[in-house]
Design a protein around this ligand. Structure first.
Ligand SMILES: C=C(O[C@@H]1C=C(C(=O)O)C=C[C@H]1O)C(=O)O
Length: 181
């Protein structure tokens, strides 16, 4: 069954998540179009975007701090419903314009020890940290269908959990149409 996330903050669209691209395609065949490459890319999204840039790539923080994840996110991460987490929302920008919105939920127990650095990433891409260490393993990619907003807002998204031993964090990436059209 797809899961519906209904408590998101402004900027990140309401999104219905599917276990696979095939399952999402039954609702919206657009996932099989040019966006498919980005939805299924296994390696670092940051690195792949950097390669597409002609001039520059940067991460722009939209929101970073403690907050309450949505109920759906808490369930996905198997953390208590009302527990605070570190929430990071950024725009990944190529050649001066945003290409992707990203929302990351980092549970409290994932911010301890060497992972304390996750609270101080600032404009450094999270992907660079996650993919620089073999400790972090990515779980399966989910495909998201976003509630309709403006024509320049995300319609499609991807999400996965990264695991470091017993600790997990949830990274959602929302593709702006300019990335693939
Ligand atoms: C997980 C990755 O990290 C990217 C960088 C992010 C950030 O800096 O907050 C957020 C999500 C990703 O798009 C990746 O590069 O694959």
């Amino acid at each position: 069954m797809p899961s519906r996330d209904s408590e998101h903050q402004p900027g990140i669209p309401l999104t219905r998540w599917y276990r696979s691209l095939a399952a999402a395609s039954l609702r919206n065949p657009e996932v099989r179009g040019p966006a498919r490459y980005w939805l299924q890319l296994e390696g670092s999204f940051t690195r792949a975007l950097q390669k597409e840039c002609r001039e520059s790539f940067h991460v722009e923080i939209q929101r970073e701090g403690f907050g309450r994840p949505s109920l759906e996110e808490a369930q996905r991460l198997a953390i208590p419903e009302r527990e605070q987490a570190w929430i990071r929302e950024v725009r990944l920008c190529g050649d001066g314009r945003p290409w992707v919105l990203a929302r990351t939920i980092i549970p409290l127990d994932c911010l301890e020890g060497r992972n304390r650095i996750l609270r101080n990433l600032g404009n450094k891409p999270l992907g660079a940290y996650l993919f620089s260490s073999p400790r972090w393993q990515r779980g399966p990619l989910e495909t998201g269908l976003c509630a309709p907003q403006g024509s320049e807002q995300p319609r499609l998204a991807r999400r996965s959990i990264f695991h470091d031993g017993n600790h997990s964090l949830l990274v959602g990436e929302y593709l702006l149409p300019i990335l693939y059209s």
